[in-house]
Design a protein around this ligand. Structure first.
Ligand code: F6P
Length: 548
């Protein structure tokens, strides 16, 4: 048995889960008119209501005990102070240092991280202003109008999600585009309308080895040089962000155009570093700093608030409660704000690449469910697609509903319609409607008994589906920083409680290695003998079919 399962809070939570599964949230609300006040937290720009979960005071206090018994606060201190908590890669985890406004030194391996961060921010500031003010010129002397960020995973999702979310704050000094897929269809379509004389590429790759990114970057260089007929033009049109300067330089990026990354920043937590350049280029450096400020505010809350009033802690504990103890296997992220249309894709990587593992940090098999699969879509689109499943399937999917009090683009009547759905859905998911109510309603509508008997069972909604509601004042750089850092810190806490090493990603290596050898087979006549017969025949079919 792992040490987690031996904890007294763990054992008590197992008992409570059995008890709570036979109860309905409706009765919790009926018995306690203070439930919202007890189970919600308000920060200056953000409200979390977690009262619509299958919890009561005893459950929450046992979850808080779990956080204490698993020493979450001590681990938090280790992370923020630069201890090497990424055990399997022997690295510190310091993305939080990227948004620390103060210049207090912070040392990792004798290097002052703060000094690196401040120097990098200063470089970014200069570069961003140069480009946005038209002082960075392309090979033919024209100003840059379009930025194309080439990167994938953490070198794409964070910056693109934020760019989309903060579109409203862009002054359109430049247009920002993202290429992540190695499917040529994407880069071809993005480059088609652009003029190579006016495009600046950012090749974003922490490792500078990622095949997809390197392939896209080569295509981009060819596209540029087939217009400029001069390899030297690369210096005016390509910058890189990487922790592997050597590789970037041998790829052809000039040293002065390389922005640093560090091994203490995980790819999926890197949007606060120079990986965030496209955001800063689009919005201006001050707005980028406001984003950092928002994230830092949430870090401060995470560090200083007692566990019982700590948003990231509570969200992590609820995720563990719903998944590990109550048995939910997935979680939906449902933003009711168009600007957040990429949030669930972003959180998929953040949470699933971090905690989607099945051995503990000591290498033992985990004997309990860890992280749920994360999926989602904008709430309104989801309502007309998969909410049927959320309301009536026999699989309970806890969901985070995220909305804003004010719209950044108010259009008469729209926001009220949007938000009435937002509030209605969490109520409906929680209360449901029983057969008696359904029958009474149909009868009141004058339906025949035969119709009522046929339809009533289909109209029953059991309810009791857990949701969190996060209400932001308004999407802006600071509140978005709050929101992202809330989830980042939540993911960290989940990892500690579940004994998962949240900051490596060994699970992506096997497929990567195989793809590299299969690519050689696709380009030659020889087929490896190491494939299973399914894979072998699929490759044979592909090769034969592509010969025409
Ligand atoms: O393959 C997964 C991954 O390693 C992610 O963790 C990372 O964000 C992404 O690939 C991109 O990696 P890089 O920035 O090194 O190109």
């Amino acid at each position: 048995m792992s040490s987690r399962q031996a904890l007294s809070s763990w054992k008590k939570l197992q008992q409570l889960a059995v008890e709570k599964k036979s109860q309905h949230m409706n009765s919790f609300f009926a018995e306690d008119s203070e439930r919202f006040n007890k189970f919600s937290i308000e920060l200056p720009k953000l409200l979390l209501d977690y009262s619509k979960n299958l919890i009561d005071v005893e459950t929450m206090s046992t979850l808080f005990d779990l956080a204490k018994e698993t020493e979450v606060t001590q681990w938090r201190e280790k992370m923020f102070s630069g201890e090497k908590i990424n055990k399997t890669e022997n690295r510190a985890v310091l993305h939080t240092a990227l948004r620390r406004p103060n210049d207090e030194p912070l040392f990792v391996d004798g290097e002052n991280v703060t000094a690196h961060v401040q120097a990098q921010l200063a470089n970014m500031d200069i570069f961003v202003n140069k480009v946005r003010q038209g002082k960075w010129l392309g090979y033919s002397g024209k100003r840059i109008t379009d930025i194309v960020n080439i990167g994938v995973g953490g070198s794409n999702l964070g910056p693109q999600m934020v760019t989309e979310a903060l579109k409203h704050y862009s002054d359109n000094s430049v247009n920002v585009h993202y290429v992540s897929n190695v499917d040529g269809a994407q880069i071809v379509e993005i480059l088609r309308p652009l003029n190579p004389e006016k495009v600046l590429f950012i090749v974003s790759s922490k490792t500078f080895t990622t095949t997809e990114t390197m392939t896209n970057a080569k295509t981009a260089i060819n596209w540029l040089t087939s217009s400029s007929f001069d390899q030297k033009s690369v210096a005016k049109h390509f910058v890189a962000v990487t922790a592997n300067k050597e590789n970037a330089m041998s790829f052809g990026i000039v040293e002065d155009n390389i922005f640093d990354m560090w091994d203490w920043v995980g790819g999926r937590f890197s949007l606060w570093s120079a990986i965030g350049l496209p955001i800063a280029l689009d919005l201006g450096f001050d707005q980028f700093k406001a984003l950092l400020k928002g994230a830092h505010e949430m870090d401060q809350h995470f560090i200083n608030a007692p566990i019982e009033e700590n948003m990231p802690m509570i969200m992590a504990l609820l995720s563990v409660w719903n998944t590990t103890f109550l048995g939910a296997r997935s979680q939906a992220i449902l933003p009711y704000d168009q600007t957040l249309h990429m949030l669930s894709a972003y959180l998929q990587q953040a949470e699933m690449e971090s905690n989607g593992k099945s051995v503990t940090w000591d290498g033992d098999e985990v004997e309990y469910a860890t992280v749920p699969s994360i999926w989602g879509e904008l709430g309104i689109n989801g309502q007309h697609a998969f909410y049927q499943y959320l309301h009536q399937s026999n699989n309970v999917v806890p969901a985070d509903f995220i909305g804003s009090v004010e719209s950044v683009t108010p259009v008469k009547g729209h926001h009220e319609t949007l938000m009435s759905n937002f509030f209605a859905q969490t109520q409906a998911l929680m209360t449901g409607v029983n057969e008696e109510q359904v029958r009474a309603d149909l009868k009141a509508k004058g339906r025949t008994q035969k119709y009522i008997d046929t339809v009533a069972p289909h109209k029953v909604h059991k309810g009791n589906r857990p949701t969190n509601t996060i209400l932001l004042k308004r999407i802006d750089p600071t509140t978005l920083g709050n929101l992202i850092a809330l989830y980042e810190n939540k993911i960290f806490v989940q990892g500690i409680i579940l004994q998962i090493c949240s900051f490596d990603q060994w699970g992506v290596e096997l497929g990567k290695g195989l793809a590299a050898s299969i690519q050689k087979e696709l380009e030659s006549d020889v087929l490896s003998e190491n494939h299973d017969c399914s894979t072998e025949n699929l490759i044979r079919f592909y090769k034969k079919s592509s010969e025409g």
